[in-house]
Design a protein. Structure first.
Length: 352
């Protein structure tokens, strides 16, 4: 049924369809009988799904990666669909329109997506206020057997116009304003869609940002787990530098990985790939490399730094492979688009 609907939706602009679909879900969930039906149908159930990590309790290990719900507008609906956690953002201090449209493209034969969104978001002030309201909503669910708390991650970045030498200031602003409304933080220095951003993955630049955030965090009464999201296009030397830094400053975790700028081994026609143009590639083609990096981090740190496995997960088998490689939790994004809202339930069934 979903594949038929997907084929129809794929005839239209990807970004417009994204918002149309999510707004329709949000509207439908206003009706209690629909909410209950969707929750009963899509939420996973079973033993051994709960995960305790970073001092947080995840109802299940399947999350939605950053970039899908950038502004935290659909959190309750995503909770109803069964996600154990959702990473909002990337959030920047000031609102941004992002890159010119069209900027989101499907490659169906590769089960992939190319995006060059460019950190489009409502800005940290508006988003923090929205998350505060959701946090109040979630407090009504406490103690209920039928409603599970959704863990919220805050993926933070810098504004496009902010020079790299001042990037730490943008991360500080986002960290402080989101601290009371998210459960963990992810520092995004690996998106290919903000010019120069990936340069912040270099050891000295990254160390400056992360140590500053660690100092801010330790000064808080309620400290939050702090992680970094890395690129799949790093050299082994660059990856080693980040791992060594994470160990040195006692980072809580690593998200592996972001999208890739590589176009290797795609089966789509060259004309379609060229039409998609520049941007980050996500989906099935990313699975092998992102899993290799997950396993590399796990082996090099001997499991001392938890890894959230992200990239290329389209089904339960993929998720199980990520977990076998060393991931403590997994995230989907493109898989949600191609497989539909049953993906969380299917993955949980496969990894129990």
């Amino acid at each position: 049924m979903y594949k038929l609907l997907r084929n129809i939706l794929f005839c239209f602009d990807a970004e417009n369809v994204h918002y149309l679909s999510m707004n329709f879900l949000k509207f439908s969930c206003r009706y209690n009988f629909i909410r209950k039906f969707l929750q009963k149908y899509f939420r996973p159930s079973g033993k051994n799904l709960e995960r305790n990590l970073f001092g947080l309790t995840f109802s299940n290990p399947v999350g939605l990666a950053a970039g899908f719900d950038k502004n935290g507008k659909y959190l309750d609906e995503l909770r109803i669909l069964g996600f154990g956690f959702v990473e909002i953002g990337t959030v920047t201090p000031l609102p941004q329109e992002g890159n010119p449209k069209p900027r989101l493209f499907r490659l169906p034969k590769d089960e992939a997506i190319v995006n060059r969104m460019g950190f489009n978001n409502d800005g940290v002030v508006t988003i923090s206020e929205r998350l505060y309201r959701f946090k109040q909503l979630q407090s009504n669910y406490n103690g209920s057997k039928n409603e599970n708390k959704l863990i919220i991650g805050g993926n933070i970045g810098k504004n496009k116009k902010t020079p790299n030498e001042d990037a730490w200031k943008d991360y500080e602003i986002c960290f402080n304003l989101l601290h009371g409304v998210v459960d963990y933080f992810v520092v995004n220095v690996s998106s290919p869609n903000t010019p120069g951003l990936r340069d912040l993955q270099r050891k000295d630049s990254l160390k400056k940002i992360l140590i500053h955030l660690q100092e801010l965090n330790r000064a808080k009464e309620n400290q939050k787990p702090l992680m970094v999201k890395i690129s799949p296009d790093l050299s082994t030397e660059e990856l080693d530098d980040i791992i060594d830094l994470a160990m040195e400053i006692k980072l809580d975790g690593i998200v592996a990985t972001n999208t890739t700028i590589s176009r290797k081994n795609l089966v789509s026609k060259e004309k379609k790939i060229s039409k998609a143009g520049e941007g980050g590639l996500s989906g099935k083609p990313l699975m092998v490399e992102s899993t290799r990096i997950t396993n590399y981090i796990f082996r090099k740190t001997r499991g001392a730094i938890p890894v959230i496995g992200s990239g290329g997960i389209l089904n339960g088998k993929d998720a199980a492979e990520k977990i076998s490689a060393g991931a403590s939790l997994v995230q989907v994004w493109t898989g949600f688009i191609y497989e539909g809202p049953t993906i969380v339930k299917k993955i949980c069934k496969s990894i129990q």
